[in-house]
Design a protein around this ligand. Structure first.
Ligand code: CA
Length: 219
Protein backbone atom coordinates (compact mmCIF):
# COMPACT_ATOMS: atom_id res chain seq x y z
CA UNK A 1 0.00 0.00 0.00
CA UNK A 2 0.92 3.61 -0.27
CA UNK A 3 2.35 4.76 3.05
CA UNK A 4 3.18 8.12 4.50
CA UNK A 5 6.71 8.34 3.11
CA UNK A 6 7.77 10.85 5.72
CA UNK A 7 6.44 9.01 8.80
CA UNK A 8 8.60 6.63 10.87
CA UNK A 9 7.20 3.06 10.77
CA UNK A 10 6.40 3.18 14.48
CA UNK A 11 4.24 6.29 14.05
CA UNK A 12 2.59 4.84 10.93
CA UNK A 13 1.68 1.72 12.92
CA UNK A 14 0.24 3.89 15.69
CA UNK A 15 -1.97 5.77 13.22
CA UNK A 16 -3.25 2.48 11.84
CA UNK A 17 -3.88 1.07 15.32
CA UNK A 18 -5.65 4.08 16.80
CA UNK A 19 -6.71 6.47 14.05
CA UNK A 20 -8.40 4.56 11.26
CA UNK A 21 -11.13 2.21 12.59
CA UNK A 22 -10.84 0.12 9.44
CA UNK A 23 -13.76 -2.25 8.69
CA UNK A 24 -12.67 -5.92 8.67
CA UNK A 25 -13.46 -6.44 5.00
CA UNK A 26 -11.23 -3.50 4.04
CA UNK A 27 -8.42 -4.98 6.12
CA UNK A 28 -8.88 -8.30 4.28
CA UNK A 29 -8.75 -6.55 0.90
CA UNK A 30 -5.65 -4.66 2.00
CA UNK A 31 -3.97 -7.95 2.99
CA UNK A 32 -4.82 -9.53 -0.36
CA UNK A 33 -3.67 -6.48 -2.32
CA UNK A 34 -0.37 -6.39 -0.39
CA UNK A 35 0.60 -9.56 -2.30
CA UNK A 36 -0.21 -7.95 -5.65
CA UNK A 37 2.80 -6.94 -7.80
CA UNK A 38 1.44 -3.38 -8.03
CA UNK A 39 0.43 -3.17 -4.37
CA UNK A 40 1.82 0.35 -4.03
CA UNK A 41 -1.10 1.58 -6.16
CA UNK A 42 -3.49 1.07 -3.26
CA UNK A 43 -4.23 4.00 -0.99
CA UNK A 44 -3.21 3.94 2.67
CA UNK A 45 -5.85 2.87 5.21
CA UNK A 46 -5.90 6.33 6.80
CA UNK A 47 -6.89 7.72 3.40
CA UNK A 48 -9.77 5.27 3.30
CA UNK A 49 -10.82 6.68 6.66
CA UNK A 50 -10.72 10.20 5.21
CA UNK A 51 -12.92 9.10 2.30
CA UNK A 52 -15.43 7.46 4.64
CA UNK A 53 -15.40 10.60 6.79
CA UNK A 54 -16.11 12.76 3.73
CA UNK A 55 -19.01 10.54 2.64
CA UNK A 56 -20.61 10.97 6.06
CA UNK A 57 -19.86 14.69 6.22
CA UNK A 58 -21.32 15.33 2.76
CA UNK A 59 -24.23 12.88 3.12
CA UNK A 60 -22.88 11.64 -0.19
CA UNK A 61 -25.12 9.47 -2.35
CA UNK A 62 -23.43 10.00 -5.69
CA UNK A 63 -19.69 9.46 -5.91
CA UNK A 64 -17.09 9.15 -8.64
CA UNK A 65 -13.72 7.48 -8.68
CA UNK A 66 -11.00 7.61 -11.32
CA UNK A 67 -8.65 4.66 -10.83
CA UNK A 68 -10.24 1.67 -9.06
CA UNK A 69 -7.43 -0.95 -9.03
CA UNK A 70 -8.42 -3.72 -6.55
CA UNK A 71 -11.22 -1.64 -5.05
CA UNK A 72 -10.07 -0.41 -1.64
CA UNK A 73 -11.12 3.23 -2.01
CA UNK A 74 -14.41 2.47 -3.78
CA UNK A 75 -15.29 -0.12 -1.14
CA UNK A 76 -14.49 2.38 1.62
CA UNK A 77 -16.81 4.92 -0.03
CA UNK A 78 -19.57 2.36 -0.68
CA UNK A 79 -19.52 1.06 2.90
CA UNK A 80 -20.04 4.61 4.20
CA UNK A 81 -22.90 5.46 1.84
CA UNK A 82 -26.57 4.71 2.49
CA UNK A 83 -28.15 1.81 0.63
CA UNK A 84 -29.32 3.99 -2.28
CA UNK A 85 -25.86 5.51 -2.83
CA UNK A 86 -23.90 4.86 -6.01
CA UNK A 87 -20.31 5.25 -7.09
CA UNK A 88 -19.12 5.40 -10.70
CA UNK A 89 -15.76 3.60 -10.83
CA UNK A 90 -13.48 4.30 -13.80
CA UNK A 91 -10.62 1.93 -14.59
CA UNK A 92 -8.95 0.48 -17.68
CA UNK A 93 -8.17 -2.93 -16.15
CA UNK A 94 -10.68 -5.75 -16.22
CA UNK A 95 -8.11 -7.92 -14.43
CA UNK A 96 -7.45 -5.71 -11.38
CA UNK A 97 -11.11 -4.85 -10.96
CA UNK A 98 -12.03 -8.54 -10.78
CA UNK A 99 -10.59 -8.47 -7.27
CA UNK A 100 -12.61 -5.31 -6.57
CA UNK A 101 -15.83 -6.95 -7.80
CA UNK A 102 -15.30 -9.98 -5.58
CA UNK A 103 -14.95 -7.78 -2.50
CA UNK A 104 -17.89 -5.54 -3.45
CA UNK A 105 -20.05 -8.67 -3.63
CA UNK A 106 -18.71 -10.06 -0.33
CA UNK A 107 -19.40 -6.73 1.37
CA UNK A 108 -22.98 -6.62 0.06
CA UNK A 109 -22.46 -3.33 -1.79
CA UNK A 110 -22.33 -4.57 -5.42
CA UNK A 111 -25.63 -2.78 -6.14
CA UNK A 112 -23.95 0.55 -5.36
CA UNK A 113 -21.12 0.07 -7.84
CA UNK A 114 -21.20 1.36 -11.42
CA UNK A 115 -17.93 0.11 -12.93
CA UNK A 116 -16.95 1.63 -16.28
CA UNK A 117 -14.01 -0.13 -17.94
CA UNK A 118 -12.29 2.16 -20.43
CA UNK A 119 -10.29 5.38 -20.63
CA UNK A 120 -11.61 7.61 -17.83
CA UNK A 121 -11.57 10.79 -19.94
CA UNK A 122 -14.10 9.14 -22.28
CA UNK A 123 -16.27 8.01 -19.36
CA UNK A 124 -16.21 11.47 -17.77
CA UNK A 125 -17.00 13.17 -21.08
CA UNK A 126 -19.92 10.76 -21.56
CA UNK A 127 -21.23 11.62 -18.07
CA UNK A 128 -21.04 15.32 -18.92
CA UNK A 129 -22.77 14.75 -22.26
CA UNK A 130 -25.52 12.87 -20.39
CA UNK A 131 -26.19 15.94 -18.25
CA UNK A 132 -24.40 14.72 -15.10
CA UNK A 133 -22.61 18.04 -14.57
CA UNK A 134 -22.68 19.37 -10.98
CA UNK A 135 -24.37 16.16 -9.80
CA UNK A 136 -21.63 14.34 -7.82
CA UNK A 137 -21.05 14.81 -4.10
CA UNK A 138 -17.52 13.41 -4.06
CA UNK A 139 -14.88 12.59 -6.66
CA UNK A 140 -11.56 10.83 -6.06
CA UNK A 141 -8.75 11.09 -8.61
CA UNK A 142 -6.13 8.33 -8.36
CA UNK A 143 -5.21 7.03 -11.82
CA UNK A 144 -2.51 7.68 -14.46
CA UNK A 145 -0.69 10.77 -13.23
CA UNK A 146 0.01 12.40 -16.60
CA UNK A 147 -3.73 12.78 -17.19
CA UNK A 148 -4.47 14.42 -13.84
CA UNK A 149 -4.99 17.89 -15.38
CA UNK A 150 -7.65 16.38 -17.71
CA UNK A 151 -9.34 14.55 -14.83
CA UNK A 152 -9.27 17.65 -12.66
CA UNK A 153 -11.06 19.83 -15.22
CA UNK A 154 -13.80 17.24 -15.73
CA UNK A 155 -14.27 16.61 -12.01
CA UNK A 156 -14.69 20.34 -11.37
CA UNK A 157 -17.53 20.22 -13.91
CA UNK A 158 -19.08 17.03 -12.49
CA UNK A 159 -19.03 17.86 -8.76
CA UNK A 160 -21.84 19.93 -7.28
CA UNK A 161 -21.30 23.16 -5.34
CA UNK A 162 -20.34 22.12 -1.80
CA UNK A 163 -19.04 18.75 -3.02
CA UNK A 164 -15.43 17.64 -2.69
CA UNK A 165 -12.74 16.50 -5.12
CA UNK A 166 -9.94 14.45 -3.56
CA UNK A 167 -6.68 14.06 -5.49
CA UNK A 168 -4.12 11.41 -4.53
CA UNK A 169 -0.31 11.31 -4.80
CA UNK A 170 0.07 15.08 -4.97
CA UNK A 171 3.46 14.93 -3.19
CA UNK A 172 4.78 11.98 -5.25
CA UNK A 173 7.23 10.88 -2.54
CA UNK A 174 8.38 14.49 -2.33
CA UNK A 175 9.54 14.63 -5.96
CA UNK A 176 7.18 17.50 -6.82
CA UNK A 177 9.30 19.72 -4.55
CA UNK A 178 12.59 18.71 -6.19
CA UNK A 179 13.19 20.75 -9.37
CA UNK A 180 15.81 18.21 -10.49
CA UNK A 181 13.06 15.62 -11.07
CA UNK A 182 11.52 16.21 -14.49
CA UNK A 183 9.89 12.94 -15.59
CA UNK A 184 6.45 13.07 -17.19
CA UNK A 185 4.43 12.06 -14.12
CA UNK A 186 6.20 14.41 -11.73
CA UNK A 187 5.80 17.33 -14.15
CA UNK A 188 2.07 16.56 -14.52
CA UNK A 189 1.56 16.38 -10.75
CA UNK A 190 3.40 19.68 -10.26
CA UNK A 191 1.20 21.18 -12.96
CA UNK A 192 -2.07 19.94 -11.45
CA UNK A 193 -0.99 21.21 -8.02
CA UNK A 194 -0.47 24.65 -9.56
CA UNK A 195 -3.78 24.46 -11.42
CA UNK A 196 -5.66 23.57 -8.23
CA UNK A 197 -3.87 26.25 -6.21
CA UNK A 198 -4.94 28.89 -8.74
CA UNK A 199 -8.47 27.58 -9.37
CA UNK A 200 -10.99 30.02 -7.88
CA UNK A 201 -13.83 27.53 -8.41
CA UNK A 202 -12.63 25.54 -5.39
CA UNK A 203 -11.30 25.93 -1.85
CA UNK A 204 -8.36 23.51 -1.69
CA UNK A 205 -6.21 22.07 1.09
CA UNK A 206 -3.15 19.90 0.44
CA UNK A 207 -2.76 17.26 3.14
CA UNK A 208 0.60 15.57 3.73
CA UNK A 209 -1.16 12.27 4.50
CA UNK A 210 0.28 9.15 2.82
CA UNK A 211 1.73 10.27 -0.56
CA UNK A 212 -0.09 13.61 -0.32
CA UNK A 213 -3.82 14.11 -0.88
CA UNK A 214 -5.47 17.37 -1.82
CA UNK A 215 -9.08 17.98 -0.84
CA UNK A 216 -10.89 20.67 -2.81
CA UNK A 217 -14.39 21.90 -1.96
CA UNK A 218 -16.36 22.97 -5.02
CA UNK A 219 -17.70 26.50 -4.61
CA1 CA B 1 -2.59 6.55 -5.35
Amino acid sequence: MSKSFHLPDQVQAYVLAHGVREPAILARLRDETARHPRAQMQIAPEQGAVLRFLVELLNARRCLEIGTFTGYSSLAVALAMPDDGTIVCCDVSDEYTQIARRYWADAGVAHKMDLRIGPAVETLDALLADGAGASFDLAFIDADKHRYPDYWERCVALVRPGGVIAVDNVLWSGDVADPAVTDRDTVALRRVNEIIDGDERVTPVMLSIADGMTLARRR
